[in-house]
Write a protein that binds this ligand. Structure first.
Ligand code: F6R
Length: 608
């Protein structure tokens, strides 16, 4: 996600800001900027692209005098990556500068109100709203203005703020987006992540939700949202830089798995208004939605697997026929795209060559394309007719986890929306689905916290030669993804089969000790799946079952059972995937593989 650095002290701020930002580069970003108060005014330099560009423009920061400043590396959410959308953002007379991580969910509403009051916006960002809102509430008391703004904002934020009127003070505040502050030998520093400050201090304060910090060169005061002063204790950081980049996790993949509850929330919450699902970016009227005759989902790898889940969800819930295809096949198979077909291209990077080609092919044939994309401003996002972003943040590990989970959420939101508009479900059902969505982050967290059980199990199978994943219906879709997670990072041969297909050939591959992972989350298919488990066990397989709480029957059939919490029958993949991700991860770790950068694989496949 974006990076924040801020400094107030006796040294020139700009070089410190640039240095801090460089330590946050690993998080991924598309533009960067800094704002420094030079004693008279706040000067700002911003540039799209690498931090190097900003360093060159400012000669390593030396051309920007001043000892108070904030800096930012941006991962675009609202608005394309560009100089103007890069942070910091200023209020109208340039006397307040803000950097922001997170998403302001009600920014459109706030923007409308501010525009009515005469504020002019220069960027497409949600952050600019904060700068103008601070301006609106500022009456000479920065703390008061900040708390008032906090009361108005919905969503997540970590902010670094400077006021021209207070040249010795740096402000920081957070809600649901990390932020740390610390004292250095020469001043005070804020950052969104530990690596940015390690060179200057190892004693930091972790800012908690809705806490505000006012810093001067050698003092620091903490406040709550009622402007009452609070006490905080510093924490000593023992990590080295490498561990700090991973937030203390051993690998990016593990860190990103742990980011799933937040990524899921970030993806659904801006699209839920009370008991309704509102997907503005879809740009489709109810009439347009009703006119859709068929969905064609096209993607590669894990994104394709999300699409397979989407097929079951859309067909089951909204009763729309869905075809899912691998982009590399679709583009060369002379696809039939009749009128009324909506093409959905799913991609984390937004740059996958085959997916992009499939998008172009579809548009040339006159079909409308909806992109479900994680990287804002990427090629697929730009070229699709409409784009629905997944708010997973940057994914560093090659094996996708949180972006895949967010793709599922985007598909659920669309399916519920389509089902409601097409009269397939009632308002009460929409409400239930929304409640189930809201429960998912905690349920995912619960499963992640159960990781030791899976690690123990994985350690028994480090020498496995072949692993099979079986499931029926939507559980087949998750088997595909579970199998890919295992093989791509552990180099163990693995395949997923629709359990009913076993008898048609695959079962001959089962021998004494073969590991079979059976996923059974669909109550109406439990019995069928248990028969399949018995079939493979009789032939010597060792069966790991992933099933829903309360399914006690399976204990008698399988060798080892992992339970996932209950949800509705369409959302189970979001839970079943967690133990499968952890399983792949721990096998890879146990085998000493390069978890985050598996051999022969690239994060973004921009060639055919
Ligand atoms: C597997 C994985 C890949 C990607 C695939 C598509 O863990 O990450 O299979 O899902 O290369 O990439 P995007 O989503 O960027 O189009």
């Amino acid at each position: 996600m974006c990076g924040i650095v801020g400094y107030v002290g006796e040294k020139q701020a700009a070089p410190i800001l640039l240095d801090g930002l460089s330590k946050l580069e690993y998080r991924g970003y598309d533009s960067a900027g800094i704002a420094v108060f030079d004693g008279e005014k706040i000067n700002m330099t911003k540039a799209k692209g690498r931090l190097k560009v900003l360093e060159e423009i400012t000669h390593g920061g030396s051309t920007m005098p001043g000892v108070l400043g904030v800096g930012h590396t941006r991962w675009a959410t609202h608005g394309e990556p560009s100089d103007v959308n890069a942070h910091p953002h200023l209020n109208r007379d340039g006397s307040i500068a803000v950097v922001h991580n997170g998403i302001i969910e009600n920014y459109l509403k706030l923007k409308k109100k501010l525009v009515k009051k005469g504020y002019e916006f220069v960027s497409d960002t949600d952050t600019e709203v904060i700068a103008h809102l601070l301006d609106y509430y500022y009456d000479g008391n920065p703390l008061r203005a900040i708390t008032k703004v906090m009361h108005r904002m919905e969503g997540s934020y970590a902010l670094g703020i400077i006021f021209k009127d207070f040249p010795d003070e740096l402000y920081a505040v957070r809600k649901d987006s990390p932020l740390i502050v610390g004292h250095t030998e020469t001043g005070s520093i804020i950052a969104s992540d530990v690596p940015a400050v390690l060179k200057y201090t190892r004693d930091v304060y972790f800012i908690e939700n809705e806490e505000i910090v006012r810093m001067e060169k050698d003092s620091m005061e903490f406040f709550n949202v009622d402007e009452e002063q609070i006490e905080k204790e510093p924490v000593h950081i023992e990590w080295d830089v490498d561990a700090a980049e991973k937030g203390g996790y051993e690998h990016f993949m593990l860190k990103e798995m742990y980011e799933q509850p937040k990524a899921i929330t970030d993806t659904f919450s801006p699209r839920i208004r009370g008991n309704e699902i509102v997907i503005e970016e879809l740009n489709m009227s109810d009439e347009d939605i009703r006119a859709v005759k068929k969905l064609m989902i096209v993607a590669c790898g894990s994104a394709y697997h999300a699409g397979v889940t989407g097929k079951y969800v859309f067909e089951g819930m909204a009763r729309i026929p869905v075809e899912v295809d691998l982009a590399s096949e679709f583009r060369y198979r002379d696809p039939i795209l009749e009128e009324g077909t909506l093409v959905i291209v799913i991609s984390q990077s937004g740059e996958t060559a085959d997916s992009l080609a499939a998008l172009r092919e579809s548009r040339e044939r006159g079909a409308k394309v909806l992109g479900i994309v994680n990287v804002v401003g990427s090629s697929i996002a730009r070229e699709a007719d409409n784009v629905m972003y997944t708010w997973a943040g940057p994914e560093i590990a090659v094996a996708t986890t949180k972006a895949y989970s967010c793709q599922l959420i985007a598909l659920y939101l669309l399916a519920v929306k389509f089902a409601k508009v097409r009269g397939q479900i009632s308002d009460a059902q929409v409400k239930e689905y929304i409640e189930d969505l809201k429960r998912l982050p905690d349920q995912v967290e619960l499963l992640l916290n159960n990781k030791n059980k899976i690690q123990k199990f994985a350690n028994r199978y480090l020498a496995a030669k072949d692993v099979f994943f079986i499931g029926r219906g939507i559980d087949y879709a998750i088997s595909l993804e579970g199998s890919l997670k295992l093989k791509e990072i552990s180099y163990i041969h693995s395949e997923a089969y629709a359990a009913g297909e076993l008898k048609h050939g695959t079962i001959s591959l089962i021998e004494e000790g073969t590991l079979v992972t059976a996923v059974l989350t669909q109550e109406d298919l439990f019995k069928k799946m248990i028969s399949n488990i018995v079939e493979v066990r009789t032939r010597g397989a060792f069966v790991l079952a992933v099933t829903t709480e309360g399914n006690d029957e399976v204990k008698k059939a399988a060798d080892y059972v992992i339970y996932i919490p209950r949800t509705n029958r369409f959302f189970t993949n979001s839970l079943a995937i967690i133990p499968l991700q952890l399983f792949g991860y721990y096998i890879s770790v146990g085998r000493g593989c390069d978890v985050d950068k598996p051999r022969n694989l690239a994060k973004s496949v921009t060639v055919e």
